[in-house]
Write a protein of this length. Structure first.
Length: 354
């Protein structure tokens, strides 16, 4: 064979080999690119879903370290490389994220970069004090409970809404609210103010005016109604009407739950005569009118019970002796004395002394 032919054959082999290497290299690159982007990189140890929290102020390294420490991702390097390619490093967003088992890097990075977080449901009821409210909120949201408590105890904050420290809790309407986990204390307050304004529509304002109470006074009375009856909503309007009757004639409310609130011992099941001597503005045996603030966060059913109170001539009430949670209502002191004696005897029978 001529020398020239041999050279052409050699060059052909070189070119074919080079093309083969390029194709092979490209295939490898495609394979690693696929692994980087689309291969599942989230393993949740048998769980289908887990929630991942990114606190406010977190850096890219904080997120990477947390994903690794919590063993959310299998391959740290591949996630970090894709996150950097997608510019997530400069787009870290705080929040609560719903991580699914077998998510790939692309899905995870896109979700975190876009800030597509899962909201939380914040429900608060059975709240008696500011401390309890701040604690409940702090357990569900990123909002700092101490900061929230400081706001609730601020005269300046209360004055913004024509309230006082003692009445600030009337600003909060117990319900179930959907919020993002990274809601701050200030953002939580702003949301509650909005819900308060929505609750107090023109219809409710008109009803409050009709019974001669301000919105704050409605809430204070509703808190007493709720403390007296927290099981049967149908009794609440009756109790509200009874207390309004007492207010109209200047008769002390004589509500046992207000004494318990003044004593600060919510485990008390039986109020004693000695308790009625406590020196407190919340002692409604000694003081006439409403106490200076609510004794709990009244729920919507209690607020509406006051606004839609049932008219009657009742002035007295006493828990039924069957401990059903319902009450006997009376117009006269004589009839009330009969019901009160029955209830005391039932307490004695069950050895309930405190």
């Amino acid at each position: 064979m001529p020398v020239a032919g041999k050279k052409i054959s050699f060059f052909k082999k070189v070119i074919v080999s080079f093309l083969f290497l390029m194709i092979a290299g490209g295939g490898i690159a495609i394979y690693w690119g696929y692994k980087l982007i689309y291969q599942p990189n989230v393993k949740l140890n048998g769980k289908s879903v887990e929630y991942f929290y990114i606190p406010t102020g977190s850096s890219f390294d904080d997120v990477i370290n947390s994903l690794t420490e919590k063993q959310v991702i299998v391959n740290r390097t591949s996630f970090q490389r894709l996150a950097e390619l997608k510019k997530y490093k400069k787009k870290v967003k705080p929040g609560r994220y719903r991580i699914r088992n077998n998510m790939n890097n692309n899905e995870l990075v896109n979700m975190l970069r876009a800030g597509i977080q899962e909201p939380v449901l914040l429900a608060f009821n059975n709240i008696r004090t500011k401390e309890q409210l701040a604690s409940r909120v702090g357990k569900k949201l990123e909002a700092d409970s101490l900061q929230l408590l400081e706001i609730l105890n601020s005269n300046e904050f209360a004055a913004k809404y024509n309230l006082k420290k003692q009445t600030i809790l009337t600003l909060f309407i117990p319900n179930t609210y959907e919020m993002y986990w990274n809601t701050s204390a200030d953002e939580f307050i702003a949301r509650m103010v909005k819900e308060y304004d929505n609750f107090w529509n023109e219809k409710r304002k008109a009803k409050a005016k009709e019974i001669g109470l301000s919105r704050t006074e409605v809430a204070i009375l509703a808190s007493i109604v709720q403390a007296e009856q927290n099981r049967f909503d149908d009794e609440k309007p009756v109790i509200a009407g009874l207390y309004l009757n007492r207010l109209k004639i200047g008769m002390p409310l004589q509500s046992d739950p207000t004494l318990i609130y003044a004593l600060g011992d919510f485990s008390i099941n039986r109020v004693l005569n000695a308790d009625k001597e406590i020196d407190s503005p919340y002692n409604t045996y000694k003081n006439t009118g409403l106490p200076p603030g609510p004794i709990n966060l009244p729920e919507i059913s209690s607020l509406d019970a006051v606004l839609n109170c049932r008219k009657s001539n009742y002035l007295y009430m006493c828990a039924k002796e069957d401990f059903s949670g319902r009450h006997n209502f009376s117009v006269t002191m004589e009839q009330h004395a009969v019901f009160a004696r029955r209830f005391r005897e039932a307490l004695d029978k069950h050895n309930i002394k405190r």
